[in-house]
Write a protein that binds this ligand. Structure first.
Ligand SMILES: [Zn+2]
Length: 197
């Protein structure tokens, strides 16, 4: 049987070689192999099982907002290291690596944009930046996006794609949720607000 196994693996390798890399995507849920351009058309939802692939924050921005209308706010906010936290890496080193990887100072993107020419306050977490985790800066950016919606009387759109609280900032991360709850209570009810996750 050894010759048979060898043959089979050779065949599999041959087939693999015939699929140009990056053109096809395999569904993580059902294993269906779908042409990459088709996945783009389907907004990265598997046609076989409806599995939603993770897409980048940039792709969300392209899909949801009017092209080129996002005016980003709070671009200069950066995380401090209040706990002098260190696991396999020092927290400031982790921040620097994430900044290099994403070209962004922090893990949230927020600002004013429009959808079908309707002005909106928008915020999204950036999963590529330490798993989109919410530390004090991401939390503050979201709180300010809510406050802008209140002050400017705009609909609020928040896309949550986060791994959770950023452990490197401990309780300061967890406190952000209480802050958001407080801000959200002041949102005018008559406006249209969307929270995606
Ligand atoms: Zn699938």
């Amino acid at each position: 049987m050894a010759w048979f196994r060898k043959d089979k693996s050779g065949l599999a390798q041959q087939e693999k070689k015939n699929i140009p890399e990056g053109l096809w995507t395999k569904c993580k849920s059902c294993g269906e192999v779908v042409y990459g351009k088709k996945m783009e058309e389907l907004l990265w939802v598997c046609p076989n099982c409806d599995y939603h692939f993770r897409i980048t924050s940039q792709r969300y921005i392209e899909l949801l907002l009017d092209n080129g209308t996002l005016e980003e706010y709070d671009l200069t906010l950066t995380s401090q290291d209040p706990l002098k936290f260190k696991d396999s890496k020092k927290y400031p080193d982790r921040i620097k690596a994430a900044q290099l990887k994403t070209g962004k100072k922090e893990g949230g993107i927020s600002g004013i944009s429009s959808i079908n020419e309707i002005k909106v306050s928008f915020a999204i977490m950036n999963f590529e930046y330490i798993g989109g985790s919410m530390g004090s800066v991401v939390g503050e950016k979201i709180a300010r996006a809510i406050e802008r919606a209140i002050d400017m009387e705009l609909p609020l759109i928040i896309v949550s794609c986060s791994g959770g609280a950023r452990m490197q900032e401990g309780i300061l991360s967890l406190m952000q949720m209480a802050k958001h709850r407080h801000c959200l209570q002041s949102l005018p009810k008559r406006k249209f607000h969307i929270f995606l996750s």
